[in-house]
Design a protein around this ligand. Structure first.
Ligand SMILES: C[S@@+](CC[C@H](N)C(=O)[O-])C[C@H]1O[C@@H](n2cnc3c(N)ncnc32)[C@H](O)[C@@H]1O
Length: 252
């Protein structure tokens, strides 16, 4: 997989977790354990979230979908498990070659329907303007520069194209939200450290990202400010995560 990525140093804002993947492929280092650890941290609930977002994506009418920060291909796998997908094409993309290699292995039976691309969601010069019908990202927005990633999603989408984002959110009851963050602050680095034999860096980024991530209402406002319309969100699991959806306006 070739890399064609040149972009200026990241602006210092809009990036909850300050993830410097160019210098340190933290997700590459935990790639082989990533799926297991998702089950452990979320007590398997991430499967429910992913099933739901995959259904939402599959229910949309698109010919080409770009899944950004695809990781080990969990979302793409679930989308392709649905019969209505048939002849549609998916671009599964991520910055981490190791994560993509696992996605490729898991999706091998889907052959030409999936194209694997090493892409930085913040700058994808190899994807032409207005060339994609639907764009999705699951649990990656908190470690990207949101402003750049949303700009790119808007640019590559065709007019009328759909964006669907699953991401950490906020429990509406502040005390409960604080208790959840306290649980994650202890559980994530410790379990991450144990499971990786002493490297909990990815989980520190993720934790930082969860902490710094805007509320569902604030993210909806940001998405609108990027030019999207029909912006909606649905909280899941009391608001631990939310699915955000919007459409690029179609002037016709
Ligand atoms: C928490 S994982 C989510 C993976 C998958 N979407 C899921 O739901 O399980 C985050 C992924 O984002 C990728 N990533 C981080 N920064 C990125 C960027 N700027 N562009 C594309 N992918 C990125 C990481 O390599 C990692 O695979």
């Amino acid at each position: 997989m070739g890399v064609a990525m040149d972009k200026p140093m990241r602006p210092d804002s809009d990036n909850a977790a300050e993830f410097g993947w160019k210098h340190d492929d933290v997700f590459g280092r935990i790639a082989s354990r990533y799926d297991l650890l998702c089950d452990v941290f979320s007590l398997f609930i991430h499967r429910v979230w992913k099933r739901r977002v995959a259904k939402r994506i599959a229910d949309e009418s698109w010919t080409t979908l770009l899944d950004g920060a695809t990781g080990t291909g969990d979302i793409v796998l679930r989308i392709l498990a649905r019969s209505e997908i048939n002849a549609r094409k998916i671009i599964a993309s991520d910055v981490s070659e190791s994560m993509l290699a696992i996605a490729q292995r898991r999706l091998i039976m889907h052959g030409a329907q999936v194209e694997f691309r090493q892409l930085d969601a913040e700058s994808m010069p190899s994807i032409p303007d207005a060339s994609i019908d639907a764009y999705s990202m699951s649990l990656g927005m908190k470690i990207c520069n949101r402003r750049l990633a949303l700009n790119e999603a808007y640019r590559v989408l065709k007019p009328g194209g759909r964006i669907i984002v699953l991401e950490a959110s906020n429990i509406r009851w502040p005390l409960l939200h604080r208790a959840y963050l306290a649980y994650m602050s202890i559980c994530m680095p410790v379990l991450g450290w144990l499971a990786t034999g002493g490297d909990s860096s990815a989980y520190k980024y993720l934790l930082h990202g969860i902490r710094g991530f805007p509320t569902a209402e604030a993210l909806a406002t940001e998405i609108k400010a990027h030019g999207f319309e029909q912006v909606t969100f649905e909280r899941m699991s009391l608001g631990i995560v939310a699915i955000h959806e919007a459409r690029k306006p179609n002037p016709r």
